[in-house]
Design a protein around this ligand. Structure first.
Ligand code: FES
Ligand SMILES: [Fe+2]
Length: 423
């Protein structure tokens, strides 16, 4: 019988040598970042008659239409005796009525009437009868909500640039992940894609450059760059990189590689994916990026966007915390076309293919690994973890929630300048 003795003292020794960088996590707010415009819901989901409940950052909200027809957001807690306003109704244009004693508020938070007491009620107009309101802005059919207590920042700083550019169409998909926001935003471009996504259809139909990029990092080390203190991007393979080849002189460039620790066995055991891709890529043409903005072409943008510009579309995965254990994941699929035929093509492409292949097949593979991840367990980081570490550094250095007094608590070594390369 063999006895597994575990790692014993070796574990204790590595404890001593463990880089301090792992401790960065404790300074990142567990619930999320408040002082931002967060994507919330498609405006078409909010009607005129019934309020809609939505929770962001543990703040329960009630959404309804204001007098102009814009989506308004107020606290979902009635100031009278705490009933849920979102269970109420919108009897009068631009108002919301509590389902319990029928206090009725407008989108500015003012109590206008108490239907349960009649027109002589002394409550309307009283300061303590007001409800908290949250600034909202609807762009391209998506409602963004300012969740902060400070003065709202310019919305262009927080909302992807394509929302402000002509000719763009943006389509959405929303799913709920049972995971904290930090593992979700750190789930980008490290050493996981080659393994986690190896059997995704996206991986097999992607462009040659992206196929190389999504494959094992090998000797490549990504270089991280911070843009405007709001985003971090990674330059992780040379545009002229010929990709994989079967050249014994450069074994590190082969797709299927031998692992000395496994007695020379290869992974992947076969090169069928490479063979398949060499056929598929013959029919693909390379397309330039859709966006010129380096800040918005980056891999991570505050407060919680993973971003990739694939040339024919721009992918965004917004992680919006609901509470400490749940996130709303909102995907933006942005395309640009002027012609009706182009618009129809992108409509069909999204609904018949990309929505499933990108947002369910590909990202579903991320969900499977990060939901059960024990984020607070001790980490033993590898050099390719520069990517999640760069995301942490960006948050610790530049997130609005961590400015001023809060910034003093963050050790200097965990910070980067607004445009400093972090690796
Ligand atoms: S609890 Fe809302 S009106 Fe009484
Ligand atoms: Fe992934």
């Amino acid at each position: 019988m063999e006895l597994n003795t575990g790692s014993g003292n070796a574990e204790a020794a590595s404890e001593v040598k463990r880089p301090r960088v792992r401790d960065m996590r404790r300074y990142i707010p567990e619930l999320g970042l408040f002082e931002y415009w967060h994507p919330a819901i498609e405006a078409k989901r909010v009607g005129w008659k019934k309020p809609v409940p939505l929770t962001i950052l543990e703040q329960p909200l009630a959404l309804f239409r204001d007098g102009e027809g814009n989506v308004a957001a107020v606290t979902d807690i009635c100031p009278h005796r705490g009933a849920s306003l979102s269970k109420g109704a919108c009897h009068f244009k631009g108002t919301i009525t509590c389902p319990y004693h029928a206090w009725t508020f407008d989108a500015l938070g003012e109590c206008l009437a108490v239907l349960g007491e009649g027109p002589t009620s002394v409550i309307p107009g009283r300061k303590d009868a007001r409800i908290r309101t949250f600034p909202t802005k609807t762009i391209h059919g998506m409602v963004f909500i300012w969740m902060g207590t400070g003065v709202p920042a310019p919305i262009e700083e927080d909302v992807p640039i394509e929302f402000f550019l002509p000719d763009f169409t943006i389509r959405y998909e929303t799913v709920i992940w049972n995971v904290n926001w930090r593992p979700s935003v750190e789930n980008i471009l490290d050493a996981h894609p080659f393994y986690v996504h190896r059997n995704s259809v996206e991986f097999m139909f992607t462009s040659r450059d992206a196929f190389v990029g999504l494959s094992h990092l090998g000797p490549r080390r990504p270089k991280a760059e911070v843009h405007n203190g709001r985003a971090v991007g990674f330059n992780w393979h040379n545009p002229g990189d010929p990709g994989f080849k079967r050249d014994p002189a450069e074994p590190e460039k082969s797709y299927s590689q031998s692992y000395p620790g496994l007695g020379g066995q290869k992974w992947p055991p076969t090169e069928h994916r490479l063979l398949w891709h060499s056929i598929v890529s013959r029919f693909q043409r390379s397309v330039p990026p859709l966006l010129e903005s380096r800040e918005w072409s980056c891999a991570f943008h505050l407060p919680g966007y993973a971003r990739f510009d694939y040339g024919s579309f721009v992918y965004s995965r917004a992680t919006v915390p609901i509470d400490k254990k749940t996130c709303r994941i909102i995907y933006f699929f942005a395309t640009r076309s002027k012609s009706k035929a182009g618009k129809l093509y992108h409509f069909l492409r999204f609904h018949l293919w990309k929505n499933w292949s990108m947002h369910f097949n590909f990202s579903g593979q991320d969900e499977v690994v990060i939901v059960p991840q024990n984020y607070d367990a001790p980490e033993h980081l590898s050099p390719t973890d520069i990517i999640p570490v760069s995301v942490r550094r960006l948050i610790l250095s530049h997130a609005r929630d961590l400015q001023g007094k809060a910034q003093e608590a963050v050790p200097d070594e965990f910070r980067v300048a607004p445009a400093e390369a972090v690796h």
